[in-house]
Write a protein that binds this ligand. Structure first.
Ligand code: ZN
Length: 187
């Protein structure tokens, strides 16, 4: 996970570690709290939750509480792109042994893909689809495939496995839905 210049509540504070247990100090998400079968269901549910938020007034969705803080729409676009990234990373990890992944350049995408100009009703459809595309891969995993090793950069580079990456993807959704709700409240 790249560190950015944006104060976007993006996993900025260090997570608390206790062996395998890791809890986000900002949103309270605990890795491993959900059985793996539930992770996919939850990711899909969060896709729907984001889509519901995209039905709010476009003016509210584009509101940035400060120049360097993402809007609700920008957070939703980010999570959509994370889901698409994670889908590709999943399939790479099922083929390659302990792969490392290229960063997604999340800050750059905000301008490259013009997140703020996107139509929230399209983003709603896209995020639901992105969630479904990712979880479709999870639904087909064997016990061995859940354990496939990979290198991941968050919170510091270390070896993880496919199951951890699935939990981390759910964390992205949980964490940033909190950001979206905060922005909508502040608007
Ligand atoms: Zn979090």
């Amino acid at each position: 996970m790249e560190r950015g210049r944006f104060r976007c509540h993006h996993f900025g504070a260090p997570a608390r570690h206790n062996g395998m247990v890791m809890t986000c100090s900002q949103c309270g998400f605990t890795y491993g709290a959900h059985p793996r079968t539930e992770v996919a269901v939850e990711i899909e549910r969060y896709g729907t939750e984001f889509a519901r938020r995209m039905g709010r007034d476009t003016h509210l969705l584009r509101f940035r509480p400060a120049a360097d803080v993402w809007s609700a729409l920008e957070y939703a676009c980010h999570v959509r792109d994370v889901l698409l990234m994670q889908r590709d990373r999943l399939y790479v990890a099922l083929v390659e042994d302990t792969p490392s992944f290229k960063p997604m350049y999340r800050e750059e995408r905000v301008s490259f893909d013009r997140y703020q100009d996107q139509d929230p009703s399209y983003v709603a459809v896209q995020i639901v689809m992105a969630a479904r595309l990712f979880v479709n891969g999870l639904h087909g995993l064997s016990a061995l495939q859940w354990r496939r090793p990979l290198m991941y950069g968050y919170p510091e580079p270390q070896q993880r496995d496919v199951e951890w990456m699935a939990h981390h993807t759910l964390h992205e959704a949980v964490h940033h839905l909190g950001d979206v709700d905060r922005q909508l409240k502040a608007a």
